[in-house]
Design a protein around this ligand. Structure first.
Ligand SMILES: *[C@@H]1O[C@H](CO)[C@@H](O)[C@H](O)[C@H]1NC(C)=O
Ligand SMILES: *[C@@H]1O[C@H](CO)[C@@H](O)[C@H](O)[C@H]1NC(C)=O
Length: 161
């Protein structure tokens, strides 16, 4: 909760700075907001789903299709990107069962912090998998765990961007 309010305050700061500078403070266009709010974009990445605020490190983790990002909390500066895809065998088995190739990818749906470790779970071509990773090095997988009953099979909760 503290994390979200922190981000919220940041956005108010950005907006109010804009409000004082504008003539009609009752109206804020989308374009004006886009120039005053910090945003993150990574070419080729789609289906962003989860966010995890790590206040102690001043970082935010964001998951997407086949990827997890580690960003600075204030500037959303990219610190690390790790790729986590389903294997070719998993994908082709999933396609054989009648799913589309696009759905048979790894939509990373769960990010949870426990001490210095991250639990990340993905749909993994309809064979949900979880991994324990180091918070300071997301590429470093310390343990694989079956994701069934922990992670959804499909990516229906995802907001398409
Ligand atoms: C799918 O991936 C999981 C985790 O990597 C693996 O245990 C399993 O054997 C794979 N299944 C196939 C059919 O390749
Ligand atoms: C992160 O972990 C990966 C995989 O274990 C390793 O290859 C890499 O060197 C590590 N990076 C850092 C900065 O420690």
């Amino acid at each position: 909760m503290a994390a979200t309010s922190h981000l919220y305050l940041l956005m108010i700061f950005h907006c109010s700075r804009f409000l004082y500078a504008s003539h009609d403070f009752r109206f804020i266009s989308r374009r004006d907001l886009e120039t005053s709010v910090t945003s993150f974009f990574h070419h080729g990445t789609v289906s962003y789903s989860e966010m995890l605020f790590d206040i102690s490190r001043n970082e935010v983790l964001v998951s997407a299709k086949d990827a997890i990002f580690r960003l600075t909390l204030n500037e959303l500066y990219l610190l690390e990107k790790t790729t986590w895809s389903a294997s070719k065998e998993n994908v082709s088995q999933c396609v054989t069962k009648g799913q589309s190739e696009d759905l048979c990818q790894n939509y990373i749906q769960i990010l949870q912090k426990k001490g210095n470790k991250l639990l990340a779970c993905g749909t993994h071509a309809f064979q949900p998998q979880c991994t324990w990773r180091k918070m300071e090095n997301l590429s470093h997988v310390t343990e694989w765990v079956n994701g069934i009953a922990k992670c959804p099979y499909s990516h229906c909760r995802i907001i398409q961007v």
